[in-house]
Design a protein. Structure first.
Length: 473
DNA sequence: TGAAATGTTGGGGCG
DNA sequence: ACGCCCCAACATTTC
């Protein structure tokens, strides 16, 4: 039982950032433990850190905040919204309310850490109790070290070192209720933040997403019920709903990796899900952990090549190619399907992300940073650590990266992973009438005239890329 | 979390 | 019956 605390006790600010949930939220749980009044706060700083928010992410944030507002109101203390510089807005709120403490869950990119350290220093100097928690990772970057005491650079040994203990901290429940402070506190109108696109509103295709804690939980349960037993194969087929689709929910912290891990464990133990399948799914959480580990220890990799040899790589400047790639007009069905799915839904199947990334980097020889920037703006799950690490992985410039000679053949990838052509038919209607035998190479068919010819010849582009990679070996 | 080139094997057609 | 060739299927190497 919580001790009785007088209503006059100074409130605690719980500063929500990328932890937009009530359950398994360590900062919220710690603040609520002793019954003091809670001021849940979200500050929108359009400038970041870590970067100005992407348009698709802004769409998601809008809905996620709406859900969090409803959930917190039901718990007893409504969410306060403020816009601007975080440090300034926190000081403002503390002056208004007499709050004596600020609790938050930590972030791991360098810009956010710098900001948070400054906030902590400034507030602590005037007697505010600042406390931070781990609500975002199974293992924080500093908690994992190689035998030699440094950070890991290769996934397999990293995962070997942490996977057995990944589920050691079980998730905690949401607080039963929250005390609200007795004073009236100004709250911005969410609609005034213009996170939802207007003029034009291009978000019509985003309707299947359910941002927010309840949507995240439902998505996880559905996945573990239906898809988890076929995960190993089905996850590679973009025409099949075989992946968890939890990426955006995890990015915004609507569900924690601990919750996902524990639910997967539970499914393996009690719901007849195959342990082998579940372990492969949990390993994907491992990649998320590894990417955050890398970004923490090598913060420059957001903008610079992890492997400096790539600083000499002869990237091509190709505005035409870049535009065609962005628009899904490359003439390669699986590439165009992916880019159009991204634009329409704010999300792309992971297998196809690898294919389109390989195409941009190796077939077009365009700098991975161009692709990373586009994904940042168009993905609802845009996450600095995952985005940067995965792009560098594909480019070959990253840690534990794909070898330079691994060039995806978009035709073969299509035939292998979308054998019936369902995915391509859905997103490239111009060639929906083609039979499965031709749909990944429509140039063989006269009846594909509504569809454009490939903007590059893959075989020639592959040779060009291999030659360029050879020169920086 | 490749693909292409090259090498090897073995069955079957054929003289 | 036997050797030769062809070539698909599979394995290995190379990029």
């Amino acid at each position: 039982m919580s001790p009785i605390v007088p209503q006059t006790a100074a409130p605690v600010v719980v500063w929500f950032r990328r932890d937009l949930r009530l359950a398994d939220n360590p900062a919220l749980a710690a603040a609520a433990r002793d019954g003091r009044p809670i001021i849940p706060l979200f500050i929108h700083d359009p400038a970041g850190p870590p970067r100005p928010i992407g348009a698709a992410s802004a769409w998601w944030l809008d809905k996620s905040l709406k859900a969090l507002m409803a959930d917190l109101a039901a718990l007893g203390s409504p969410l306060i919204l403020r816009r601007g510089n975080a440090g300034a807005k926190l000081r403002e709120l503390i002056t208004e309310t007499g709050a004596s403490a600020v609790f938050w869950n930590r972030l791991y990119d360098s810009a956010s850490m710098t900001r948070d350290a400054a906030v902590s220093r400034d507030l602590s100097a005037v007697g505010i109790d600042c406390q931070s928690f781990n609500g975002t990772l199974l293992n924080e970057p500093l908690a994992v070290k190689t035998g030699a005491g440094g950070p890991y650079r290769v996934f397999s040994p990293y995962w070997r070192a942490v996977r057995m203990s990944a589920g050691d901290t079980p998730p905690s429940p949401a607080p039963a209720r929250l005390a609200r402070p007795p004073v009236q506190i100004h709250c911005d109108r969410l609609a005034d933040w213009n996170l939802h696109p207007s003029k034009p509103d291009w978000s019509g295709g985003f309707a299947d997403w359910a941002p927010g804690e309840a949507g995240a939980r439902a998505r996880l349960d559905t996945f573990l019920d239906v898809a988890a037993n076929h995960y190993i194969d089905a996850r590679n087929e973009p025409g099949v709903d075989g992946t968890s689709r939890l990426s955006a929910h995890l990015h915004f912290g609507e569900i924690s990796p601990r919750q996902v891990w524990a639910a997967a464990d539970y499914a393996a133990l009690h719901r007849d899900a195959s342990l082998r399948q579940i372990e492969v799914f949990q390993k994907e959480l491992g990649w998320r952990e590894f990417n955050h580990h890398l970004l923490f220890h090598f913060p420059h990799m957001t903008h610079a090549n992890f492997n400096p040899k790539f600083d000499d790589f002869a990237w091509r400047r190709d505005g035409f190619g870049l535009d065609a790639w962005r628009a899904g007009r490359t003439g390669y069905p699986i590439v165009d399907a992916g880019m159009r799915q991204l634009w329409a839904t704010g999300w792309m199947h992971n297998r196809v992300r690898m294919i389109v990334a390989s195409f941009l980097i190796k077939d077009l020889m365009i700098d991975w940073r161009e692709g990373e920037t586009w994904f940042w703006d168009t993905l609802v799950d845009a996450d600095l650590a995952n985005n940067v690490a995965n792009w560098q992985w594909t480019a070959g410039s990253g840690a534990d990266a794909a070898p330079y000679f691994r060039v995806f053949n978009p035709t073969l990838q299509g035939e292998k992973f979308d054998p019936a052509g369902e995915y391509v038919r859905r997103w490239v209607p111009e060639i929906a009438h083609l039979p499965a035998t031709d749909i990944h190479q429509p140039w063989r068919c006269v009846s594909s005239s509504a569809y454009l010819a490939p903007i590059v010849d893959h075989a020639a582009a592959r040779d060009r890329a291999l030659a360029a990679y050879e020169s920086i070996k």
